[in-house]
Design a protein around this ligand. Structure first.
Ligand code: MLY
Length: 266
């Protein structure tokens, strides 16, 4: 469900162009998601990437899985594309001579890991190897993005969200992802071949839930009843003098150096 947001209208309104598919490290047809909640698999611990852990699928959204490491808490869920190389069928680690590790922040004493592992896998529903995707799509041979191009991007502070975004700057192999209508608070640099950025229309294809742009910089119809700037805006340093505002609608202002990050609570 994409609310009332339409890329077609939005691209017209903003006069922007969508970054073409060849810019992205994503498959042209999004990978099928045949996983089910409760299935277990092997995943790299995002907080300790040299560790392979057991993870449980706790949610599904489009071509992505919401994962939770067994033995971890419910505060460190992470999302992976079904074609990510960071997820593998159970047995893969051992097959390659590795050992499954407890997650960072394992709830129990480290000495109880072997028994915990036995118990967590006993009778578990293991994701079958056939629903994994053989390999990740290849990276484009170079950074083809241009400043101003539109895309869909994971909000890394709230990674369940995929949102409309604009390329704000280029820095070698890196791309500045700026979130439309959020005044820079959620922006980040990533490599051009990041798996967190997608072409316009991706969520419509996968059934993932594309957020509408924020409203913080959307200079829409003039406000008939303007309110004074909030104390929060002044304190956070995100309020700009009117001279810094550009006139066309929906332009995302660049991040203010020194602006305090906005709270990422929902
Ligand atoms: N409730 C939070 C969520 C912000 C999400 C921003 N993303 C979509 C770019 C807030 O308003 O701070």
């Amino acid at each position: 469900y994409q609310g009332h947001f339409s890329w077609e209208k939005y691209l017209k309104e903003t006069g922007a162009i969508a970054a073409p598919a060849h810019c992205f490290r994503q498959s042209t047809t999004p990978p099928a998601n045949e996983f089910k909640a409760g299935m277990k698999l092997e995943a790299q611990d995002p907080r300790n990437t040299t560790s392979t852990c057991i993870a449980t699928v706790v949610g599904l959204t489009g071509s992505r899985l919401r994962l939770r490491l067994d033995g971890s808490d419910n505060k460190n869920d992470f999302w992976r594309l079904v074609d990510s190389h960071e997820i593998q069928p159970i047995g893969n680690c051992e097959k390659n001579g590795g050992m499954l590790q407890p997650p960072l922040g394992f709830r129990l004493n480290a000495s109880s890991w072997p028994m915990f592992l036995l118990k967590t896998l006993n009778g578990a529903e293991m994701a079958p190897a056939r629903i994994f995707h053989k390999q990740e799509p290849p990276a484009p041979e170079q950074n083809f993005f241009k400043v101003g191009m539109k895309l869909e991007a994971v909000d890394r502070k709230n990674p369940h969200f995929i949102c409309p975004a604009t390329v704000g700057a280029l820095r070698g192999v890196e791309v500045l992802v700026t979130f439309d209508g959020w005044r820079g608070a959620f922006d980040y640099y990533c490599r051009y071949d990041s798996r967190d950025i997608f072409p316009v229309g991706w969520c419509a294809l996968t059934g993932d839930n594309l957020q509408p742009p924020g409203t913080k910089d959307r200079l829409c119809a003039p406000n008939p009843n303007p309110l004074p700037p909030s104390a929060r805006d002044l304190l956070s340093g995100t309020l700009r003098p009117p001279s810094a505002r550009r006139t066309p609608p929906y332009i995302v202002l660049p991040k203010t150096p020194g602006a305090l990050p906005e709270a990422s609570v929902e």
